[in-house]
Design a protein around this ligand. Structure first.
Ligand SMILES: Cc1ncc(COP(=O)(O)O)c(C=O)c1O
Length: 388
C-alpha cells in the first residue's frame, strides 16, 4: 500500500484525513447539515434573504417560466460565446437605470461578481484594503487577486486612511459591504468613499443586503448617500435576495463594464446566468419600482420582531440574536424549527468565535400575526437553551 508521509512524519493515505476533520468539526459544534425544504411546507421562514417576498410572487415565477420556455433551462455557454440573450441585455440596462450608473454587467452569482470585479481591478503590486465585515466573496476576490491585502476593523475609516497612506501601490481598492451580512449594520460608505478619493483609490461597495431594503425606493446605501454614479465607485449587488431570483451584478461606468467583459475571469469562464433567473429578476425589479412600499414593510417587520425580542433597532432587514456557544445556537435553531419557525444559525467561521447566533431575516409579506408567533417561539427556544 502506498502512503504519503508528511514533513511531521505522519502517514496519510488520500482522503483518510477527512474522518478526523469531521470528528473535529462535530466536537467543536461546527458540523453543518443540509435540510431540504419541501414544496409548500408551512414553516415560517425567517432565514431567507427574500426580503421583499418576491421569489414566490406570481409575476416573478411566471417570468421565469416564460424565459425558460423562450431560451431553455440554461444559458448553454459563457456570455461571451452564445450565453447572452436579449433578456440579459435588458436586465443590465434596467439595473443600471435603477442604480443610477452608466452600465451594469450580470454574473451568474453575486459571489462570482465580487470575485470577478476584484480580480479584474487589482493584481500583483496593488493594494486592497478590506473591511473585516466583508462577505466571503469579497474576501475570496481579494485572496485570488494576488494583491497585497490589508484587513481593517469593521467601519474603521481612519484605519483605511492609514493603510492607504502607508502602502505605496500601483493601484488601490477599498472593499466593503454596505450592510454587513451577519448583523445588518450599515457601513460608513460616504466616509469610506471620501478616504478612497483622498488617496486616489477605488471603492467597491457590495449592496447585496441593501437592495430593496435601504435607500430611495430600495436603491441601496450608495444612493442614500447621494453617491450613485460617482467616479471611482463600483457597486456590486445580487439578484438572489430582494429580487428573489439568482445571480449578481456589477454596476459602474461603461468603461468598467467593457473592462470586466475582457478581464473578469468569473465572467469569461463561466456559463451565463440561466434565462429563468434573468426573467425572474427583471419581473422582480419591475415590482420593486412599482411598489416601493414593500421596502417600508420589510423595514417595519424588522423593527417589530426586534422590539418583540428585545433586540436593538435594526438598520436593515437582519436581526441578530447572539447566543455565544455554537451548540446552544444550533439547539435553539432546532427548537424553533420543531415549532415551525425557520431561523438562521451563524457559527464560526461565519462569525467570530464566541458569537454564534440566531440570525433572523424578515420579509415584506410577513403578517403581524406571523411575526408575533415567530417571536414567541424564538423567545421560548432561547430560554430553553439558557440563552436568556
Ligand atoms: C454581502 C453578500 N455579498 C454577496 C453574496 C453572494 O451572493 P450570491 O448568493 O448571489 O452568490 C452574499 C450572500 O449570498 C452576501 O451576503
Amino acid at each position: 500500500m502506498v502512503t504519503s508521509t508528511t514533513v511531521t512524519g505522519v502517514q496519510q493515505r488520500g482522503l483518510s484525513w477527512l474522518a478526523g476533520d469531521a470528528a473535529d468539526r462535530r466536537a467543536a459544534g461546527l458540523h453543518r447539515e443540509l435540510r431540504a425544504r419541501a414544496a409548500g411546507d408551512r414553516l415560517l421562514n425567517l432565514a431567507s434573504n427574500d426580503y421583499l417576498g418576491l421569489s414566490t410572487h406570481p409575476d416573478v415565477v411566471a417570468a421565469a417560466g416564460v424565459a425558460a420556455a423562450d431560451f431553455g433551462g440554461g444559458a448553454g455557454a459563457s456570455r461571451l460565446v452564445s450565453g447572452t440573450t436579449g433578456l440579459h441585455a435588458a436586465l443590465e440596462a434596467e439595473l443600471a437605470d435603477f442604480f443610477g450608473t452608466e452600465a451594469a454587467l450580470v454574473f451568474s452569482s453575486g459571489y462570482l461578481g465580487n470575485v470577478g470585479v476584484i480580480g479584474a481591478l487589482a493584481g500583483r503590486g496593488d493594494l486592497i484594503v478590506s473591511d473585516a465585515g466583508s462577505h466571503a466573496s469579497l474576501i475570496d476576490g481579494c485572496r485570488l487577486s494576488r494583491a497585497e491585502v490589508v484587513v481593517v476593523d469593521r467601519g474603521d475609516v481612519q484605519a483605511v486612511r492609514d493603510a492607504l497612506a502607508s502602502h505605496p501601490a500601483r493601484r488601490a481598492l477599498v472593499v466593503t459591504d454596505s450592510i454587513y451580512s451577519v448583523d445588518g449594520a450599515v457601513a460608513p460608505i460616504a466616509e469610506l468613499y471620501g478616504a478612497a478619493q483622498d488617496f486616489g483609490a477605488t471603492l467597491i461597495v457590495d449592496e447585496a443586503h441593501a437592495l430593496g431594503v435601504r435607500g430611495p425606493g430600495g436603491r441601496g446605501i450608495v444612493a442614500e448617500q447621494d453617491l450613485a454614479g460617482a467616479p471611482d465607485l463600483v457597486v456590486t449587488t445580487v439578484l438572489s435576495k430582494s429580487l428573489g431570483a439568482q445571480g449578481g451584478a456589477v454596476l459602474g461606468s461603461a468603461l468598467l463594464r467593457d473592462h470586466l467583459i475582457d478581464r473578469a475571469r468569473t465572467f469569461i469562464f463561466d456559463t451565463g446566468l440561466a434565462p429563468a433567473a434573468v426573467g425572474a429578476a427583471r419581473a422582480a425589479l419591475r415590482i420593486l419600482r412599482a411598489e416601493p412600499e414593500r421596502v417600508d414593510r420589510t423595514r417595519a417587520a424588522a423593527r417589530t420582531i426586534a422590539q418583540l425580542l428585545g433586540a436593538p433597532e435594526p438598520e436593515a432587514a437582519v436581526v441578530s440574536l447572539i447566543v455565544g456557544d455554537p451548540d446552544r445556537a444550533v439547539r435553539a435553531a432546532q427548537l424553533c424549527r420543531e415549532r415551525g419557525v425557520l431561523v438562521g444559525c451563524f457559527r464560526p467561521p461565519s462569525v467570530p468565535v464566541g458569537t454564534s447566533r440566531l440570525r433572523l431575516t424578515v420579509r415584506a409579506d410577513l403578517t403581524d400575526d406571523e411575526i408575533a408567533t415567530a417571536a414567541n417561539h424564538i423567545d421560548a427556544a432561547l430560554r430553553e437553551v439558557g440563552a436568556r
